[in-house]
Design a protein around this ligand. Structure first.
Ligand code: ARG
Length: 563
């Protein structure tokens, strides 16, 4: 429950003021000895022409304490409020236990669409480790917005168009040994690499490739069929990786989907005088905004990435009437999105204000020991496999009796990598190491999952508790109190995560519950002699388990019950 409004109201009443800004001035004291909420009276000393300490003193005598507030005490310039512990504990715990996995949810979104463009891989190209942040962050935002009553629409804006598909076809026709459908991504990449090597000596191959792409563009049956098979083979393979990561999409409309939707945009830009010709190319001059021009149509008549993004944005607005459109794409494309949004603005699309480039920094792997044979690209699947393998070894040591070690290792290994991409603010560059992300005692995914499993184990061993008769007033020790506080802070973190498009806020709030849970576990005897106390502590453990499970779920990470 939020007491700030009630407290601000009570202060306002004594002073005969408007509640207005008062609530915003309330602080949370760093030291719990100083109460739960503090009002800094120096904010008023000018208006009231009184010393802050005198104001605090007067307020402490005259204030009518709102429900749930136990006392108000003047300490220097502050008025400190102490909330009624038992009542507060009861409220939080009841809320978590009754709301279950809906805890922290709301109907803030009112069912409105949030279109999230994430992962957005390129066909016949490696699904690399560098795709991890977009995939993990987009997936987490999808779940977070869903929890807040929005209707998220996940879009994988496939890179499935361009001359590279002409090259792929030439390579396949020259060196292919089996039906395209049987090719894996790595083999397709090998073909592509080989094309580039050989084309250096045989430049005529480039012209051949352009001709093949032209055939795709003009609907030639063979060309389209080969292109489509490459696309299907890639999608079938990445879907397996997505499944491991709990990632889903509602739409796979990629760049090719907009092939027939660009002309109206190109016409509109010309007719409104937004674009102009420049050496045969069509551009939008953005120098007024200190940006290079946005290229719309190249001098050879072909469209580009940006043209398709313009069409995609308009299509998404028309199709989903989104409240927000989020592009979860690396910061390297900052300029591209600035240009895109500016052109949309020039076109009078006022909904561009609802579009956000949710950018992020780089990820790299320490040591790079798992590089593939291409020498450059680190495949995401290889990283997940390595993490799972290492986790399996750890589990064999830590929990030799665990029944299904394989599935636990999969959940923990994959979760560890996902967590690594979600624990810091997006823009931070992150260097991964397996030791770091798999450290069961660090601020890691495994630590969170382990804490969850520990709660489950405590509850299992206790054989349940009596939910109808939980007396939370018995949870007055500082460890229980700290745990309740961390649980109470969770819903606001979910909201803030959506507001800032920062899933790490959920990760941090979940971590705070875990830290508090483990302190509670070590310092407080859950299976107390006294039945009522034991019952309350088990209920608290169950509440913590619930909040941790929600946190993991919102981040797209599994919450195994045993590990
Ligand atoms: N396929 C692009 C890439 O790998 C990312 C696409 C992002 N989405 C978009 N609508 N531009 O760089």
């Amino acid at each position: 429950m939020d007491y700030t409004k009630a407290i601000a109201g009570a202060i306002a009443k004594v002073l005969g003021m408007e509640e207005g800004a008062l609530a915003g001035w309330l602080e949370t004291p760093k030291n719990t000895d100083m109460g739960d909420v503090a009002f800094p009276c120096f904010k008023l000393s000018k208006t009231l022409r009184q010393a802050p300490a005198a104001i605090a003193e007067k307020l402490s005598f005259e204030i009518e304490l709102p429900q749930g507030v136990e006392k108000a005490e003047a300490v220097g310039p502050y008025l400190n409020f102490y909330l009624h512990k038992g009542q507060q504990a009861q409220e939080i715990l009841d809320r978590v236990l009754t709301e279950g996995n809906r805890y922290g949810s709301s109907d803030l979104g009112g069912g409105r669409h949030v279109v999230i463009d994430y992962s957005s891989i390129n066909i016949a190209k490696p699904f690399g480790f560098h795709h991890l942040p977009s995939t993990a962050i987009g997936n987490a935002l999808y779940r977070i917005y869903g929890h807040l009553g929005y209707a998220p629409v996940g879009v994988n804006h496939l890179g499935d168009w361009g001359t590279q598909f002409g090259k792929m076809i030439v390579a396949y026709k020259t060196w292919g040994t089996k039906p395209v459908a049987e090719y894996g991504i790595r083999e397709l990449v090998d073909l592509y690499v080989r094309f580039h090597q050989e084309a250096e000596e045989h430049p005529e191959m480039e012209a051949e490739a352009r001709a093949w792409f032209h055939r795709i563009e003009t609907g030639d049956e063979e060309a389209v069929s080969l292109w489509k098979q490459m696309k299907d083979a890639t999608i079938a393979e990445v879907k397996k990786t997505y499944a491991r990561m709990g990632v889903r999409f509602d739409s796979w409309a990629g760049e090719s989907f907009y092939e027939d939707k660009m002309q109206p945009i190109i016409d509109e830009l010309r007719d409104k005088g937004i674009s102009r010709l420049d050496n045969g190319a069509t551009i939008v001059d953005l120098s007024e905004w200190n940006m290079p021009p946005c290229l719309i149509v190249k001098s050879d008549g072909s469209t580009i990435y940006a043209t398709r993004d313009l069409a995609a944005a308009c299509y998404r607005k028309a199709t989903y009437d989104f409240a927000k459109l989020l592009y979860v794409v690396a910061y390297q494309q900052d300029l591209h999105f600035k240009q895109l949004f500016k052109v949309l603005e020039l076109m009078g699309r006022d909904w561009v204000k609802d579009c956000t480039h949710v950018n992020f920094g780089m990820v790299s792997m320490e040591g790079g020991a798992f590089h593939t044979r291409e020498g450059k690209v680190l495949y995401l699947d290889d990283v997940l496999d390595a993490a799972v393998e290492k986790t399996y070894e750890i589990i064999e040591q830590k929990s030799p009796d665990l029944e299904d070690k394989r599935s636990a290792a999969e959940a923990v290994g994959v979760g560890a990598i996902m967590w690594g991409a979600l624990y810091n603010s997006r823009i931070k560059d992150v260097t991964f190491s397996y030791d770091k992300v798999l450290n069961f005692d660090g601020e890691t995914g495994p630590y969170v999952q382990y804490t969850h499993a520990r709660c489950c184990s405590v509850l299992r061993k206790a054989g349940g508790y009596d939910r109808a008769h939980v007396d939370a007033a018995l949870l007055s020790d500082p460890y229980s109190q700290a745990l309740l506080k961390a649980m109470a802070a969770f819903p606001a973190a979910v909201e803030a995560a959506a507001e800032k498009n920062e899933p790490y806020l959920v990760a941090r709030a979940t971590m705070a519950v875990c830290t508090a849970m483990n302190k509670f576990y070590y310092e407080v005897r859950i299976m107390a002699e006294d039945e009522d106390r034991k019952n309350a502590r088990l209920a608290l453990t169950d509440g913590a388990r619930q909040v941790i499970a929600i946190g993991l779920n919102l981040l797209g990470i599994a919450a195994p019950e045993r590990m």
